[in-house]
Write a protein that binds this ligand. Sequence first.
Ligand SMILES: Nc1ncnc2c1ncn2[C@@H]1O[C@H](COP(=O)(O)OP(=O)(O)OP(=O)(O)O)[C@@H](O)[C@H]1O
Ligand SMILES: [Zn+2]
Length: 519
Amino acid sequence: MKRKTIFFIIFISIIVNTVIIALSNSSNNFSNIFNNTSKYIFILFNIILIICFFRINNSPQLATVNLKNEKNEKRREENSSPKIGFSDVAGLEEVKEELGEIIDFLKNPEKYKAMGAKIPKGILLYGPPGTGKTLLAKAIAGETNSKFIHASGSEFVEKYVGVGAKRVRTLFEKARKESPSVIFIDEIDAIGAKRSLESNNEKDQTLNQLLIEMDGFNNDQTIIVIGATNRIDMLDEALLRPGRFDRNIYIGNPDINSRKEIFKVHLKNKPINPNINIEELAKKTHGMSGAHISNIANEAAILAVRKNKKIIDKEDFDEAIEKVIGGLERKNSHIIDKEKRRVSFHEAGHALMGKILNTDLITKISIIPRSQALGYVMYTPEEERFLITKEELFNKIKVMLAGRAAEEVIYGNISTGAKDDLKKANQLAFQMVCEYGMSNLENRFFEPTLIKTCYNIIDEEINKIINSCYKDSFEIIKSKKDILCKIAESLYEKESLTGEELENILKEHENSNNLLVKT
Ligand SMILES: Nc1ncnc2c1ncn2[C@@H]1O[C@H](COP(=O)(O)OP(=O)(O)OP(=O)(O)O)[C@@H](O)[C@H]1O
Ligand SMILES: [Zn+2]
């Protein structure tokens, strides 16, 4: 029964009870005539009342209220000084160093006040999701025994003018009361986005209030505001002015060493097989964020439990990595056989070209659909690279386009399966033209404003790069059609090949060719 209905019945019961009591008290006649009947009605409605009270106590809506309380409880816990320190944040050494002064200020504010030194008020952490921005903010509060006050930008986005601004005021009041404190505003772009010409009263008021609050607090208050965003380019410049968020720190995806450290943090309390090589895990998770790694560690543990094991093995990690890379397997998806064949050729094309041009090391090729992709090739770069040559970038684009080239070589037509490859290849070509000076325009760098005005010549250069790479890719694949077919056949049968299996197919093919030459 709905909560509203229960309340309605209670309401009616109380009214009937009251009327009966009132009537039986006020008129003797009434009490004489209806005495007996009213007694029963009185009892009946009281029973209904009791049942309703009982129902309401067990109603799911009430459980929601309890849940809400639980959430508030959690929030309250979060809003106290967290038990997280810098040792829980793996890697990010330079960032930690950069934050040293802020930590010192929060720990010894008097020292700075005595010198009349201006203290940074706001730090903006920006970069891709899951890289530890929230974790870092918590660690700052933890290291300095400050209150951690967490808010999300979206909480301030409201329909009614003034509500968001009021929430900002309340947030800062709380921080002042509980100082020393760290205010953390996640998704700050939700309130701090560039103001457009079209005025949005509510949004403008909220952002203005945030600016006022940040300008308002001074050295007497030991408060640091940390904002986090994935989109620094969206923020209103007013927010980045001195005295507001004037320290911007980029938090990128971790490099191989940091990934190793992050794995160590997340495997600390997990029983893992001693033969597991963390360095290898780090190698296999190239390009992933800390959140992905924490996810992998957890997923591997869950898989081990599911198999009733006492320790987590390498195979659990491998499975977890694959899961995280491609999203969950679409278990019940049946791609029709014709498509499966085409995907086999497409992925074989990528793998073969990767081998021929010797780009990144291939660890796996698969045609088992995962999230949006119908197949994939997994690579491991042999070492962390910071510099890539022009030739290597060209080769990367050729490998990206080789899936489509293989389809064209085999079927004489192309499909929609290369959408993601095209996107990546075009993005890389764009960078080569506009950022790396690797096109016919030579050593040029294009600022965003210049990109708009020079759009046509840039576009022409991107076109040239993509077209010449595709042509090369197509010719190479065409000349190696027989081995492409061998890889695709094997892939079609087994649905996935390891790097080693691919290597064996290539070697076998080479040997049989040599034999043919000899005979
Ligand atoms: N450097 C790191 N060391 C240890 N764990 C990390 C690190 N980076 C991320 N993690 C793990 O990933 C989880 C998510 O990270 P966090 O929420 O801090 O990311 P974020 O950058 O704030 O992401 P978003 O932008 O999506 O809010 C953390 O709780 C932690 O488990
Ligand atoms: Zn592809």
